[in-house]
Design a binder for this molecule. Structure first.
Ligand code: HEC
Ligand SMILES: [Cu+2]
Length: 339
């Protein structure tokens, strides 16, 4: 296609997407100005205030510039025009910016205070650990014991405060779900925390927001908010050990899993697999995506991932495996049986 035609197509595509608001649709969107929590709403208010202040300042400056250009040299300066321009500099150049900046800083300080307030008592507690380049998610009971472990997909009930404890297993990462809250860093050797309460059901995309190496950009995750009953059912399933193999292929696949050494890095509760270098796979098949939202969780993508993780995510800390077609197929049967 000709370059200009291509460019035009792109432009039309962008305009259509913007009018239909498609990239901003609720699921998977990462827009800080489509808030779904009180916390994110506060942040978006500040964003909009800054936006409108900037619009007003921009328009005013452009008008003044136009005015200056228009009557610039046409008149001799008089006593009056001198006074007007001097006061303009004092008022518009010093007083107005000062007041504006003080208001915006004040507003964001107040917001910061309210965001860092501690959560109500009935918060659901989750520990999230950042690893290069995926997220480990552990649900905690009242005594801070882990009751279920999963990866890259945080489920939360709606209308209940969620307290996340953020830790890192290696380098600094940052937990950011733009529709739910601002960023909080995950720092090796310490526990940061943040809380939010989602008021609609939906799926929100999150992203590591602190450069953490080669695959930082592919360190995404999903937050799925759902009514309490659905969440309870989900959590009960996540707490349970894996179903034992139901047929010969799955059983053979389980054997391949151990023979290939997958168990050295992955845990599958209910089996001897207790590795911790990679995501817990006990309920892998219940997740929407694999490799931190890099691919959809389908048989084809799983196959591609197991055969050559670095082909999908260069640098990923999982080795490729040499399996023949039958072994791979059995292994995939096994992985897909982990609901
Ligand atoms: C040396 C450790 C190691 C070994 C051995 C290993 N993995 Fe992994 N695996 C990882 C790591 C680390 C990740 C996370 C990669 C990422 O997203 O950056 C991962 C991710 C995965 C995922 C995606 C999980 C998710 O929810 O995103 C699957 C599935 C998986 N491994 C299956 C296997 C299978 C099957 C084997 C054996 C053939 C295997 N792994 C061997 C370390 C390992
Ligand atoms: Cu990161």
């Amino acid at each position: 296609m000709h370059f200009w035609t291509k460019l035009n197509h792109k432009a039309i595509y962008v305009v259509v997407l913007l009018t239909l608001k498609l990239p901003l649709s609720y699921a998977q969107s990462q827009s800080a100005i489509q808030p779904a929590t009180e916390q994110a709403r506060g942040i978006s208010y500040i964003w909009w205030s800054m936006f409108w202040v900037a619009v007003v300042v921009f328009v005013a400056v452009m008008l003044l510039l136009a005015w200056g250009l228009w009557c610039g040299k046409s008149k001799k300066p008089t006593q009056l025009s001198y006074l007007v321009s001097r006061n303009l500099v004092i008022v518009a150049g010093i007083a107005v910016p000062l007041v504006t900046v003080i208001c915006l800083v004040g507003g964001s300080l107040m917001l910061g205070r309210s965001l860092s307030a501690s959560p109500p008592d009935n918060a659901l507690e989750v520990r999230i650990t950042g690893w290069m380049w995926w997220w480990q998610i552990e649900y905690l009971d009242e005594n801070s014991n882990t009751i279920a472990t999963t990866a890259n997909e945080l489920h939360v009930p709606i209308n209940r405060p969620i307290q996340v404890y953020l830790e890192s297993g290696d380098v600094i990462h940052s937990f950011w779900v733009p529709q739910l809250h601002g960023k909080t860093d995950l720092i090796p050797g310490r526990t940061n925390s943040s809380w939010f309460e989602v008021d609609v059901s939906g799926t929100f995309r999150g992203q590591c927001a602190e450069f953490c190496g080669l695959q930082h950009a592919l360190m995404g995750f999903l937050v799925v908010s759902e009514p309490q009953a659905e969440f309870d059912a989900w959590l009960a399933n996540q707490q349970a050990p894996a179903q034992p193999p139901e047929n010969n292929e799955v059983l053979a696949g389980q054997r391949v899993f151990f023979e290939t050494g997958c168990h050295q890095c992955h845990t599958i509760r209910g089996t001897d697999a207790a590795g911790t270098a990679g995501p817990d796979l006990t309920h892998l098949a219940s997740r929407q995506s694999i490799a931190s939202v890099t691919r959809k969780n389908s048989r084809a993508h799983l196959g591609g991932w197991v055969a050559d993780p670095n082909g999908i995510k260069p640098g990923a800390k999982m080795p490729m495996s040499q399996l023949d077609a039958k072994e791979l197929s059995d292994l995939l049967d096994y992985l897909q049986s982990l609901h």
